[in-house]
Structures are given as C-alpha cells and as structure tokens.
Design a protein around this ligand. Structure first.
Ligand code: NAP
Length: 269
C-alpha cells in the first residue's frame, strides 16, 4: 500500500483526492494538509480523509503531492526539508516551479516529479504532463502516471518543454472557454436567446471534442467534412482567416510560453 499525502487541498488538491477515491483508493491510504482548520474539517467530513501536519505527512506517506499556489511554496519547502527522506517521492503540481528548486531546498537525492495539470481535473478530465527531476526514476514516473490517470490523461515530456506545455494544456481550457463565450455572443447577435445559444455551443464543443478524442481523425479532415462548396461553413472560415484567428492563436500561445519562462526564472538558483 502506498500512502499519498496532498499538501494544500485547494481546488486541484481536492480534485486529486476525490479522483483517487473514485479510482478505488481507500481513505486510509490518503492524507492531506491544510492551513485552515475549518476547511480541513470540511474535507475530512466529505471524504473521510485525515488532515495532518507536514512532518506527519512525510513520515506516514511515501508520496507527497505539493498542491499549494506557487507563491506559497517557500514555507512548505522549509517545513519539508527537515522531515523528508529518500523513501518519499515529491510530486509538484505547482505551475512554473522547476524540479531544481525542490532539489536545491530539500536534502540530496529526494526524487521529484513535476506535473502540469489543468482544471478539467475537477471533472476527471485533466491533461497532466509529467517530467522527472534529477533523482526520479522510471518507477517514480510510473507511480505518478498511475495516480494521475484516476483524474484524466497523463503524458511524459522532458522538463525543458514544460513552459510550452503550460501555454498549451495548462492554460488551454481558458482558450476554449473564451471561444465558447465569443460564440455564445454571436448567437445573441443573431437574436437567439442566451440559454438556447449556450446549449447549442456547449453541446457542439462537447460533440466536436468527443469526435476528436474518439475517432483520432485529424481536425482538418473533420472540418473539411462539414465545409461544403459555397456553403455556410466556408463563408465563416473565410472571415476567421480574414481576421487572423489562426495567427492570433499562434501568437497567444507563444506569449503564454514566454510568460511561463519569465515566471520560472524567479525560482532559478
Ligand atoms: N487551478 C488551475 O488551473 C491549475 C492548473 C495547473 C496547475 N495548477 C497548480 O495547482 C496548484 C494549486 O492550485 P489551486 O488552484 O488548487 O490553488 P488553491 O485552490 O489556492 O489551493 C491551494 C491550497 O493550498 C493551501 N495552502 C497554502 N499554503 C499552505 C501550507 N503552507 N500548508 C498547507 N496548505 C497550504 C491553501 O490554503 P489557503 O486557502 O489558506 O490559501 C489552498 O487551500 C498551484 O500551484 C497551481 O499552479 C493549478
């Protein structure tokens, strides 16, 4: 039995606890730490999982999943440093924090795996992208894959690609929310009631995403299949091209990657 402690059970931490429980883990195999007693009591009542302090987590759990906001990392590392040992695996869900930060602040040889999750973890549909730190081995990556597969899909990339990953899948859901919001506005412009426009666009998004995921067909082929000669879709596509939507997405995602690099620099040693 591997015990897992989630350090900082906010939105992402709670989603992980909930996913691990629905994936078949028993509450006895899980622990969490939280700053506020009220929140801790609420989570224990809801999930039957015990709240502990960081030293207890490090002794009782093999896997320590850090899920605090990146700006709250320093006190967590200061608490962990005297109590972790190489029987622990540290899994960081903190956006932008390099494994080298943990390796510098924690005792030598502690294995660290960095993860970039995204918010669909809250509904069991995360895209989690994992990278090994200096001391993390194959078995550590496999364990993290097993844990995160209870809340969505998992893939491995070299850590150098994590800024690009942050820009693509970390922020990715926000781009889709933005597109959906704009398309609902278009419905309003055309005189469709808001609730109807929302239903039409959200179900179209779900349907399109399911086709992409389930058929494995290239998006160009799927789009061409609904773009008939002199039809309605090609008229819309011409406007999307005229307004530079493809170029805007390339520039937007590049800007997000640059910002992720900039934020990461603050933690370089
Ligand atoms: N949400 C996203 O879209 C997303 C996507 C990818 C990655 N992430 C990463 O996931 C991590 C968590 O994000 P989140 O949205 O879940 O944040 P959140 O809701 O603010 O959760 C963080 C939790 O950690 C608690 N905490 C802070 N310091 C602590 C300490 N020293 N000991 C114990 N608990 C502590 C916070 O308590 P308080 O309420 O007292 O502050 C809060 O409950 C972040 O590092 C973020 O970069 C998030």
């Amino acid at each position: 039995m591997t015990t897992i402690a989630v350090l900082g059970a906010g939105k992402i931490g709670e989603a992980l606890l909930s996913g691990l429980l629905s994936g078949g883990r028993s509450p006895d195999e899980l622990l969490f730490t939280e700053r506020y007693e009220g929140r801790a009591a609420e989570l224990t009542k809801q999930y039957g999982v015990r709240a502990v302090d960081v030293p207890t987590a490090a002794v009782e759990a093999e896997v320590l999943v850090v899920a605090v906001k990146p700006q709250d990392i320093d006190p967590v590392l200061a608490e962990l440093a005297p109590v972790v040992s190489d029987r622990n695996l540290v899994v960081s869900l903190c956006a932008g924090l390099p494994t080298s930060l943990y390796e510098r602040k924690l005792p030598d040889s502690i294995p660290v795996v960095r993860v970039m999750p995204n918010t669909p973890m809250l509904v069991g549909q995360a895209m989690s992208v994992i990278s090994a730190g200096k001391h993390a081995k194959q078995q550590h990556l496999e364990l993290v894959e097993e844990l995160l597969s209870t809340v969505g899909e998992v893939i491995r990339v070299p850590e150098a690609q994590q800024d690009a990953v942050t820009a693509l899948s970390g922020s990715g859901p926000a781009y889709f929310f933005y597109l959906v919001e704009a398309m609902i506005d278009a419905g309003i412009l055309l005189g469709i009631p808001r609730n109807v426009a929302e239903k039409l666009i959200i179900q179209s998004a779900v349907g399109a995403a399911t086709m992409l995921a389930e058929t494995g067909t290239h998006p160009v082929i799927l789009r061409e299949a609904v773009t008939s000669p002199a039809g309605t879709t090609i008229m819309a596509i011409r406007e999307l091209e005229r307004h530079g939507v493809r170029a805007a997405l390339l520039a937007a995602i590049e800007a997000a990657r640059d910002r992720s690099q900039e934020l990461g620099k603050a933690h370089e040693g």
